[in-house]
Design a binder for this molecule. Structure first.
Ligand SMILES: Cc1cc2nc3c(=O)[nH]c(=O)nc-3n(C[C@H](O)[C@H](O)[C@H](O)COP(=O)(O)OP(=O)(O)OC[C@H]3O[C@@H](n4cnc5c(N)ncnc54)[C@H](O)[C@@H]3O)c2cc1C
Length: 445
């Protein structure tokens, strides 16, 4: 598999990942024509995932600025067609209590409000007619050890006090009886908000909205290099050059090595892996007691997450391989299946129909950044750390605001650049060390 940390060219004409989601739509619907001539545009957006499409939509509808979007492959070929479809009120990996400690209460609250607005914005977009199979609301966080249940309870109390959120505390018995008899869980908290959707249908919805405002999206059109000019840039693609006054880098975890200095050595692409089982029978479901189709995540350092899909399959996800070279090793899917079976032992014979992985983008400071270069003509949004289905919608809006010269909230997500990784050549070593630490912590603490 393509590895963005080591490869400077993302090949075009690649099919969608062989995912469960890809089986739910005709893939041709996501493929548009490639660019076949030289063009000029005010704003060129590189990457047609949720971020790029949200930016183009907000530029057109709120700022009346026309943009052109290109993708090296089809629309949403990256994470936006591969994710687990959890819509959560958060992004990045930094907790709100860490934000409070680091930035103070007002800034933490402003970040929280922005993340909430991301979910509301996404919901409004979906309400315009996107059929993306939204499931019933509810987000369960499971304690994988008794002492993590204490931490979850404290977290629930804090969130109630700080944000007045609707969150319940569930003992192991309550969890098992009402939602899911996960044998690895020692209690849970349940947020009333948060839900699952079909991510590829969401991407199709974005694409349809863009066609309604006449934004051109060119598939199979990789940005091979970006050349700085006196008044803007020329972006070279295989069959045409694009002259653009402003550029938006919406290539996230798939950004090829060296695409532009604003991103060089500033993110860590990490593989996230998902499996989807065959559909379960009603008898299997009643035996294993996975009653809910709300979204579920645990408290491990190396988290697992899962949900029951509308056709009674289970989607189960966690970390994948470290390098692109080993991404397709069946070991990673088998490991996820083994954990699923340990949570639901009666599913010991269940098989997997789909397994795939995708590159998420991790920022050193564990928060997303929507920022720009000193000349104010190259913009980017990245660093969602694997949690971007809703926040990409907001990040795209904020990118559009910045491109248009409008003010954005004064929070670190929008006012600080991505930090450099120290010793960038050793990012994989650092990731490997973190995984070892996480495995040890999850096994013994
Ligand atoms: C397995 C997995 C599970 C996940 N689950 C969840 C979840 O449940 N909830 C959640 O909130 N988040 C989840 N995420 C993360 C979420 O999918 C991402 O945060 C989000 O999709 C990012 O969207 P994006 O548009 O920024 O990037 P992407 O969707 O990755 O799009 C980037 C695009 O840029 C294109 N590109 C790259 N380089 C170039 C170039 N040089 N020229 C042209 N195009 C280029 C790529 O082809 C790609 O299509 C998950 C991710 C993975 C991989």
């Amino acid at each position: 598999m393509y590895d963005p940390l080591t490869t400077s060219k993302l090949a075009n004409k690649q099919p969608l990942a062989d995912s469960y989601w890809a089986s739910t739509v005709p893939s041709a619907q996501l493929r548009t024509k490639p660019l076949a001539t030289d063009i000029s545009t005010d704003v060129l957006i590189i990457g047609a995932g949720y971020t790029g499409m949200s930016c183009a939509l907000h530029l057109a509808e709120q700022h009346h600025i026309e943009a052109t979007v290109i993708d090296a492959n089809s629309v949403a070929w990256g994470c936006s067609s591969r994710n687990a479809g959890f819509v959560l009120h958060s992004s990045g990996r930094k907790s709100f209590s860490q934000m409070q400690q680091q930035w103070g209460e007002d800034t933490m609250r402003a970040v929280h409000a922005e993340m909430l607005e991301g979910v509301e914005r996404l919901n409004q977009l979906i309400a315009r007619g996107i059929d993306c199979e939204q499931q019933s609301p509810g987000y369960l966080k499971l304690a994988h050890r008794p002492r993590y249940f204490e931490q979850l309870k404290a977290q629930a109390e804090l969130q109630k006090k700080m944000f007045n959120v609707d969150v319940d505390i569930l003992s192991r018995d309550q969890l098992h009886q009402q939602y899911a008899a996960d044998q690895n869980a020692y209690g849970a908290i349940r947020f009333a908000k948060g839900y699952g959707l079909n991510p590829i249908k969401l991407a199709l919805g974005y694409k349809d909205l863009l066609s309604q405002v006449n934004v051109s999206i060119y598939s199979d059109t990789p940005a091979l290099s970006i050349e700085k000019q006196n008044h803007g840039h020329i972006v070279h693609t295989p069959q045409g050059n694009i002259r653009a006054k402003k550029i938006v880098l919406a290539s996230n975890g798939y950004t090829p090595k060296g695409l532009h200095p604003v991103l060089n050595n500033k993110t860590l692409p990490v593989l996230s892996q998902v499996i989807v089982t065959r559909p379960l029978t009603d008898q299997e479901l009643s035996l294993c007691q996975l009653q809910t189709n709300q979204v579920i995540m645990d408290t491990r350092a190396l988290k697992y997450y899962y949900r029951k899909l509308p056709d009674k399959r289970i989607l189960f996800g966690g970390r994948g391989a470290i390098t692109g070279k080993s991404a397709e090793d069946p070991y990673y899917a088998e490991r996820l299946l083994a954990v699923l079976k340990s949570s639901y032992p009666s599913l010991k014979h269940v098989s997997v129909d789909y397994a795939w992985a995708g590159w998420i983008s991790v920022a050193l400071d564990e928060i997303p950044h929507v920022y720009q270069n000193a000349e104010n003509n190259v913009f980017y949004a990245t660093g969602y750390c694997g949690s971007g289905v809703s926040f990409t919608c907001q990040a795209g809006k904020r990118l559009a605001d910045k491109v248009a010269g409008s003010a954005v909230p004064n929070i670190p997500l929008y006012q600080t650049p991505l930090p450099h990784f120290p010793l960038p050549a050793f990012r994989r070593v650092g990731q490997w060390a973190y995984f070892q630490y996480g495995r040890f912590k999850d096994a013994y603490f």
